[in-house]
Design a binder for this molecule. Sequence first.
Ligand code: HEM
Length: 358
Amino acid sequence: MTNAGDPGWLVTGYALAREALKDPRLSRSAVSDPAMPQEENGAPPLAVVGTMTMLRRAGLRDEVIRGLSPRQPYVSLDRVRAVADDLLDAMIRRGDCGDLVEDFALPWAARVTGELLGLPEEAVAELGGWFGLMAVGPLADAHLPTAWPQSLAVFQTWMNDLKPPGLLPHLVRLNERSSRPLAPDELTGIAHMLAFSGLANPSAFLAACCLALARDPALAQRLRTSPDLVPRMVAEMYRWAPLLGDSITRIALEDVTLGHVRVRAGELVMISRDAANRDPAVYPEPERLDIDRNAAPHLRFGQGKHYCPGAALNQAQTEAALHAVLARMPDLRLAPGAAIAWREHHAVLMPVGVPAQW
Ligand code: HEM
């Protein structure tokens, strides 16, 4: 049973997860149909799960793919590194210990995503507080019915104040010229989705990487000596870190056989990336963070048609931020006695704080 009390199938093995993610009969958009079984109470808006379909209809999909690629023109990797350097320098000026979540990962993701999307300055300041939009279970039931429409209303005011450069002002201009333009509320819904995706996943992931480095000073030192290993660390973290909104949900549009199970049309399928990424048949000793693995590609960004368009950009940006951490904090470690607590009931799991010394 899901949090919504509906039945659903759970896919856990790596091979079957890949197969399910690539199967066009398992629909992402149909999850927004309130008549279908749900993972959480309340169906997600179409702008969240049908983003690329809506953009394709308006002829804007390819621009968004380009705008989220590592070669996008809005925020360079030098700039991403400079944002990280500035935040870390401010922490270092304040003393020799601090919190790498509130003072680094969250403001870093808000600023980088804000500049990528071209959001006004006040949005960059506020975006860090949007993590709550990823609430699930009882927290979502209590919080989202008011928080979601409120954040959409705020976002609409930011949309009215967009100025180039940035992906969103570019999209607004292209939409005006489209022969099948998105309605204003559709465009706002999609922009809102891009903003909280750009905040929640990247900040939680950077926090997880910082935590892994602070817990393992020998690994951090190895990366300082051999910075060309940083991409391997980031790739292994995508596999290993059980934090990024575990299940991907689909609705079967027709009867489908998955492994030995017959999934009926209209049934809910949940694909666990964490379970697939720790499938012992694919990753020996899956619980071990091992940057020397020569393993199958992880499934953190999904697979197939809906593969995350921000994947390569996030990898490059996270690498840039970690180079800054390694260089600026040569003796990074967890603060003595630090206990790591996790924000509960969020689709994207995030440590409440990473208290560190450097
Ligand atoms: C650590 C960072 C990230 C992770 C782990 C992540 C993960 C994912 C996953 C698993 C999917 C596929 C969902 C599915 O198949 O149903 C997805 C889709 C998507 N992601 Fe990401 N994402 C990340 C960063 C970003 C960023 C930075 C953006 C944009 C600012 C973004 C925008 C999107 C969009 C628009 C889709 C929908 C694709 C579609 O419907 O075809 N993601 N992401």
